[in-house]
Design a protein around this ligand. Structure first.
Ligand code: SF4
Length: 607
């Protein structure tokens, strides 16, 4: 088909063209093309998103909500919140290669790796229900899938339609997919009455995410140093049970029941009025975040964890994991079981919390608003004497900054409260502004999609602050944003000569190849960690055996929660520990007394 010029009457060609001229020419051209394609005689049928059968409140008792894709720690506590709010809920198995193959079989071509893994994993689970004797109709009627959604710009925007397509192709047409949209910030988009985003549910999920994140980091922080092999896993299982019991069984706060009698009787008279709903919601939030059940559960978990004895004199390279959200989170075939592999090879893994992503989204809203300040102002280019216009512009801008700023502070505050409540050994959240500034010379903070500038920012941040010996980027096959940042990382690595950085592309195959590449880079990191340790030990002027003897005589130093100061420029746990023990031996520091577990109640499995 050849393109033709958009014609205008001759006299108009010599005059400046107006908007009307352009519209007129466009209409004529559209009519010509429609006639050419035979579309002028047919009614126009635009694409409509398929109308899905709603998940109604009446179904709540019989329909099971399926979800997955995070770590077992996150999933268990999230499940407990669902159950505590009255939902039936089941966790999908960790996505594996068989699921990946099903995703390829039933999904579109050219998708990224996490799409195949997660979509195929759902199909695989539904097929397993069938093999247990359920009919397709029973599965469609009695299960729904809950997942995050987005508008892109990467393939994350296609997940919802990919789920629907694969389900349709696999014979589960009509299976319901409920979405939690992330593109508009942290806004719930499911309008389904069956799944209600109440205050208890929302704050419960916030608690669950924080607890999942921190427990996830702590298990990788502790296990490489455990004295008794296998103890960490057992204790963490029991600790997650404790948290789940609290999240599932805590009674939701109600003002007319839980306030003192003289108040609750008055409140009963006004139940359902706007101010009462508002007050009740605020008190619910307070009780969820600061109430005794929460504090007691944190204390109980801390006591349970305190039963793990650690040996901090093991020299281990710290490997910081970065990469695409799903690939850096999953603990299975989706990233070649990379965390287990690294630990087996003698490394300490530093994982990434989901909270970083949430803080990134809030930071992005603020930064974009700042960049678009003049564009979004109610009054464009006011003169300097038009003070009321200038004031209104300023107010509009500041309102958004304050609102998001408050959100950031509350979120970070809650996160750090849980870190402290669980013994203060997990990391605090990174300042997003600082990370963006570090990434900006290499990767613009407004280049959206996937992890955006985070991969580059984290690589620079952890290297500059000497928080790890090696950075491992896990990026899925076919991931658009990760391919972009991969290109940039070579410039970053050239800039920081001491950096050990390895990008690994994850897919449904090639595990041995990936492990062998990691082994090579890890070899360098081990040398780096060992050299740091030897240098530090030498600087103390002490023999390692003397340090060991001192530690053997002081059980506090084998306590998991003993606070070892982190020295500027010293990365390894063992190196920092040796410096501290040396100070203790020289009388430059005093041993911190750690109170024994007060209420350690281990389940029989962990005892
Ligand atoms: S970030 Fe990459 S892997 Fe993740 S959804 Fe987007 S394109 Fe796919």
């Amino acid at each position: 088909m050849s393109l033709t010029r958009i014609d205008l009457p001759l006299e108009k060609l010599t005059q400046p063209r107006t908007e009307d001229d352009i519209q007129e020419a466009l209409a004529r051209e559209r009519a010509r093309l429609q006639a050419m394609m035979g579309m002028d005689s047919r009614p126009v049928r635009h694409f409509q998103r398929p109308v899905e059968r709603p998940f109604s409140a009446q179904e709540r008792n019989k329909v099971t909500i399926l979800f997955g894709g995070l770590t077992w720690k996150h999933e268990r506590v999230i499940q407990a919140v669902f159950e505590g709010c009255g939902y039936k809920c089941e966790i999908l198995p960790v996505p594996d290669v068989a699921g990946f193959q099903l995703g390829k079989e039933y999904g579109n071509n050219g998708q990224c790796n996490p799409t195949y893994f997660t979509v195929g994993n759902l199909v695989k689970f539904l097929q397993s229900l069938q093999s247990r004797g359920l009919t397709k109709q029973e599965i469609i009627d009695n299960f729904v899938f809950f997942t995050a959604g987005s508008c892109g710009p990467c393939r994350f925007g296609m997940y919802e339609s990919e789920y629907r397509l694969a389900l349709q192709n696999a014979g589960f047409d009509g299976f319901r997919v409920l979405l939690f949209q992330q593109n508009d910030g942290v806004k719930a988009a499911s309008g389904e009455a069956g799944l209600k985003f109440t205050v208890d549910f929302g704050v419960g999920m916030l608690n669950a995410l924080n607890l999942g994140d921190i427990m996830h980091e702590m298990i990788y922080r502790i296990r490489p140093y455990e004295v008794e092999k296998g103890k960490t896993d057992k204790v963490f299982q029991a600790s997650i049970d404790t948290l789940c019991t609290m999240l599932r069984e805590r009674k939701p706060f109600e003002d007319h029941e839980d306030l003192p009698e003289w108040m609750s009787s008055r409140i009963k008279e006004h139940k359902g009025e706007k101010w009462e709903i508002c007050v009740n919601s605020l008190l619910k939030v307070r009780e969820q975040l600061y109430g005794n059940p929460y504090k007691d559960a944190l204390q109980a978990v801390r006591d349970q964890l305190a039963t793990i004895e650690v040996d901090r004199l093991r020299v281990k390279p710290i490997v910081k994991i970065i990469g695409e959200f799903w690939a850096q989170t999953t603990e299975g075939d989706g990233n070649f079981h990379m965390f287990d592999f690294l630990e087996r090879e003698g490394a300490q893994v530093l994982v990434e919390p989901i909270a970083t992503w949430i803080m990134y989204m809030m930071y992005q809203v603020k930064a974009r608003a700042a960049a678009r300040r003049a564009l979004d102002a109610p009054y464009k280019n006011p003169h300097w004497w038009e003070l009321h216009k200038l004031a209104k512009n300023e107010l509009k801008f500041k309102q958004k900054q304050w609102m998001i700023g408050v959100g950031e502070r509350i979120y970070a505050r809650q996160y750090h409260r849980v870190v402290e409540g669980l013994g203060d050994i997990a990391h605090h959240l990174i300042d997003q502004k600082e990370m963006a500034e570090m990434a900006n010379p290499f990767y613009n903070e407004f280049a959206r999609g996937g992890e955006g500038h985070l991969e580059v920012g984290k690589n620079v941040y952890y290297t500059k602050h000497r928080l790890c010996h090696m950075v491992l980027a896990l990026k899925p096959f076919g991931c658009m944003p990760s391919s972009q940042s991969d290109g940039v990382q070579s410039a970053v690595a050239n800039h920081f000569k001491e950096m050990i950085f390895l990008p690994i592309e994850t897919s449904g195959e090639g595990e041995i190849n990936a492990h062998s590449r990691v082994q090579m880079a890890l070899g360098e990191a081990k040398v780096k960690a060992r050299a740091e340790f030897e240098q530090v030990l030498q600087s103390t002027g002490k023999r390692l055996d003397d340090i060991k003897d001192y530690v053997a005589e002081h059980p506090e130093l084998r306590n998991l929660f003993y606070p070892v100061p982190q020295r500027e420029g010293v990365t390894g746990i063992a190196a920092n520990f040796v410096l501290h023990v040396s100070d203790l031996m020289n009388g430059k520091a005093r041993i911190q007394r750690i109170s024994p577990p007060a209420t350690a109640t281990l389940s029989p499995a962990a005892a």
